[in-house]
Design a protein around this ligand. Structure first.
Ligand code: 6A9
Length: 806
């Protein structure tokens, strides 16, 4: 006798189980055959949307608007937008594969929405999924809202509405049948849940029946489905126009009965929208069932699975980060779950062309500081690329950024190693044969629609910090420490209550994976796959970002010196530290301290990969280059006068001089663990960090010293505010090296580590509670969150800071 619960547990374990590592690792980037990553919430720019990892396939999305008046519908909620003024929104539990629970609090429309998405494995087309959409009023008062869910199919295939059509709406449940090359046969159902308060009939003969589902089926041009909102608005406008012809007095008819879809379906439609009107609490489910899967998602199986997946998520979260056992309370743990979840919910699948200008010749005309680019602009659309990546911010930057992604994958990799490797492989595939990869990936029209034209073009001589090597380093550490997977019988798995998410394959035997353990051979296969491109990227940095050393024989033992290309007087966007003060005016003989550290970090990281791969010649080269770089960091960039690492430029006599603006830039040799633990320069850096008149604030380490003349001036972007990515690097370097290695500065390093960790956690958490969001940066004066929000890109590293995982 097996309890029903156990049986279900068993079925769902299989359903939800992850792909075996080998399957994941043997896929090439862009390959959608990874079953457990096939479907997902990969449209992070939308409040809720799903798609596959196939360039042209089925997409879905959610919209809603208030219908107590004729005003609310002018602000249809669809793509995440700060102007919508949602009090809070974001995924609260998202595991990156099978579970995605989100809440969205929209006070203006008097509704808190919940979207609960699950995905179950089965068959050969990426399995089935469902989403439960529910709402409750946020306060007393009118609460009538209109919710629209739509599906659009791009590429080959068909999708047909099965219901009997009626001008007043179709009856529950809505059912669509579809068939396409990558999805096979499938069924979509939309089913009303229990206890929804659906407004009754409007007592006018032409009005729709609001207890039914209003609908619209249309044929939308290829590549245009992302504009769903425009099409739907157009359709509602048509309804209004039609009714204007029939109705004499609008006053007696509620907006909810006017602002409806047209209840029509065009033959051969590839786009369907379904609209429901509710008052008070409501709930309905959307299921996508793949016909090749054996079991079917319906209201019953969905509810049970949701519960199981959710508790499995909670257990796995504690296993992975151990926040409860570290003493964090339930509310702090929920916060840590939420910021990680919204990072995972920020993962998108992007496809399309980008704009690249390859007409670059020589960046500088002269060396007296004039910034003249000797070229004619020639921006060109590239052939389409794919990218599977996390994103810094769902409303503002829903696209991939090279140096952000390395930070994102520190957390993603800790949570789900294989998911992270999949993302890394996609990025590495974008490194071209010259070794260049565009800093910002604006792929396709939808992505481009969010970026002003002047920011769209990417240049093949512009760099961005090579942070992907950080999660690769973390991966190597996990692999080297691997103890091997445990193989156990499925029956034992049930008896031992092993979590579904820990089961990675279920053929004859079940492999239970502790996510800290990885198979070495497979790990090396991954390293082998990314090695050549990463090495090309390193060589590209050395070739294109080299710097000129004035009087090098006397000043520096080797030729290693670097300068970011693409500077303007006010910005060095390529460095990632946009408006951080640099030598002014810019000069071609500048040398940048952060960049030489990044190149050194690359040399060392590649050396460590080469070691894993037994690439002995490369190992020797990287090792030697790393040494030369380290020597030159000290010889060129250390200023005795300022007791800091600084950029260099030249004076009127063409002599090199230090240009020192104390701040994040001064920390790089320590941030990237290049500086030895016993170096007196470390002492100076720790003093700089801990001094309230310089970098130390009660909320974290400032980007620019309070004593610098540019502190909090201009855009105040990287000139004072606190950024979590760099604070994470400070904590990481302290914890891993400077507070760990015995020596004269160890005690100080320990003190700073402890204090900094506490204030970062406390402030980001406090601001989350106060505002409902985590932010792009924090004021060093007030601790308040600033700029984009939710910004669960690198700010989500607070979860790792809480877990002390670096
Ligand atoms: C320009 C504006 C609707 C700026 O997080 C991404 C990047 C970081 O890599 C970088 O270090 N952010 C930081 O200085 C955001 C960059 C956004 C550029 C978009 C167009 C359009 O806004």
């Amino acid at each position: 006798w097996i309890p029903v619960f156990m049986l279900l547990y068993y079925l769902l374990s299989i359903a939800q189980s992850l792909d075996s590592s080998s399957a994941v690792l043997q896929e090439s980037a862009g390959d959608a055959t990874n079953q457990s990553l096939f479907w997902g919430t990969y449209r992070p720019n939308l409040y809720f949307g799903t798609r596959t990892r196939v360039p042209e396939s089925l997409m879905s999305g959610l919209m809603w608007f208030g219908v107590d008046d004729f005003v609310g519908w002018k602000e249809i909620r669809y793509a995440c937008d700060q102007n919508d003024g949602l009090k809070e929104y974001g995924y609260k539990k998202h595991d990156g594969r099978s579970l995605a629970i989100q809440t969205l609090t929209d006070e203006k429309n008097n509704v808190t929405l919940k979207t609960e998405f699950i995905k179950v494995r089965g068959g050969v087309h990426g399995g089935s999924w469902g989403v439960r959409i529910s709402g409750t009023p946020t306060h007393d008062g009118p609460s009538r809202i209109s919710v629209i869910y739509h599906f659009g199919l791009e590429g080959d295939g068909t999708i047909d509405l099965v219901n009997e059509l009626d001008e007043q709406g179709i009856s529950n449940p809505v059912r669509l049948h579809g068939d396409s090359p990558d999805l096979g046969k499938f069924t979509i159902s939309i089913e009303d849940g229990p206890n929804s308060n659906i407004p009754g009939n409007i007592p006018v003969n032409f009005a729709p029946d609001l207890s039914k589902t209003q609908y619209w089926g249309s044929l939308i041009p290829e590549g245009d489905i992302w504009r769903a909102k425009d099409y739907i608005v157009g359709n509602i406008v048509n309804t209004i126009k039609e009714k204007e012809g029939v109705i004499e007095n609008f006053e007696h008819i509620p907006p909810s009965a006017i602002l409806t879809l047209q209840n029509r379906v065009r033959l051969g439609s590839n786009f369907y929208a379904f609209q429901k009107v509710f008052e008070g609490p409501f709930q309905f489910d959307v299921y996508f069932n793949s016909e090749s899967a054996e079991s079917e998602l319906n209201a019953g199986t969905f509810s049970e699975a949701l519960q199981l997946f959710e508790s499995s998520f909670d257990d796995r979260f504690e296993q992975t980060f151990q926040l409860q056992s570290k003493g964090f309370d339930a509310d702090q743990v929920s916060f840590a779950k939420a910021i990680m979840s919204n990072l995972l919910g920020g993962i998108g699948y992007f496809y399309g062309s980008s704009i690249v200008d390859r007409a670059y010749q020589e960046e500088f005309e002269n060396d007296v500081g004039f910034w003249i680019e000797k070229r004619t602009a020639d921006p060109q659309l590239t052939s389409p690329n794919v990218l599977f990546t996390a994103t810094p911010s769902r409303p503002f930057f829903p696209r991939g950024f090279y140096w952000d992604e390395g930070f994102h994958n520190m957390l993603i990799g800790k949570w789900d190693n294989d998911l992270s490797l999949d993302i890394i492989k996609h990025w590495v595939a974008l490194i071209d044969n010259n070794g260049w990869v565009a800093r910002e990936q604006i792929l396709g029209e939808e992505a481009r629609s969010k970026v002003p034209p002047e920011f769209q073009t990417q240049y093949p001589h512009y760099a961005n910090p090579p942070t992907l090597l950080m999660p690769i380093r973390a991966f190597i550490e996990r692999m080297v420490n691997a103890k091997g997977d445990k193989h156990i019988d499925i029956g034992d798995a049930i008896n031992q209550e092993i979590l579904p998410s820990d089961i990675i394959s279920t053929n004859d035997q079940t492999v239970i994976r502790d996510r800290h353990l990885y198979d070495r051979e497979l790990g090396k296969l991954f390293l082998r796959q990314v090695y050549r491109k990463l090495r090309a990227n390193y060589r590209w940095f050395r070739r294109t970002q080299w710097g000129e050393i004035k009087d090098w024989g006397r000043k520096a033992p080797s030729h290693e010196a670097y300068r970011w290309r693409g500077r303007t007087p006010g910005h060095t966007l390529t460095s990632g530290l946009d408006d951080y003060p640099r030598p002014s005016p810019p000069h071609p003989a500048e040398l940048h301290v952060d960049l030489i550290c990044w190149v050194g970090f690359m040399a060392r990281s590649l050396r460590d990969i080469a070691e894993q791969l037994n690439e002995e010649d490369d190992f020797d080269d990287f090792d030697e280059e790393y040494h030369n770089i380290v020597e030159n960091i000290h010889a060129l960039h250390w200023s005795e006068k300022y007791q800091a690492f600084c950029d260099l430029s030249v004076d009127e006599k063409d002599e090199s001089i230090h240009v020192c603006h104390k701040g994040y830039l001064s920390l790089f040799p320590m941030l990237l663990e290049i500086l030895p633990s016993d170096s007196p320069k470390l002492g100076a850096i720790l003093d700089l960090i801990h001094d309230p008149n310089e970098l130390w604030s009660t909320y974290g380490v400032r980007s620019l010293s309070k004593s610098d003349k540019f502190f909090n001036t201009g855009e105040k972007y990287w000139r004072g505010p606190i950024w979590i990515n760099v604070n994470y690097l400070v904590l990481s370097a302290l914890r891993r090296k400077y507070a760990a290695d015995p020596g004269p500065y160890q005690e100080k390093a320990k003190i700073i580590y402890k204090e900094l960790r506490d204030i970062i956690i406390n402030n980001v958490y406090k601001e989350y509670k106060r505002t409902g969001y985590v932010w792009e940066q924090y004021s060093s004066n007030t601790g308040r969150g600033k700029r984009s929000h939710p910004f669960t890109g690198w700010t989500s590293l607070v979860t790792l800071i809480m877990a002390e995982s670096y």
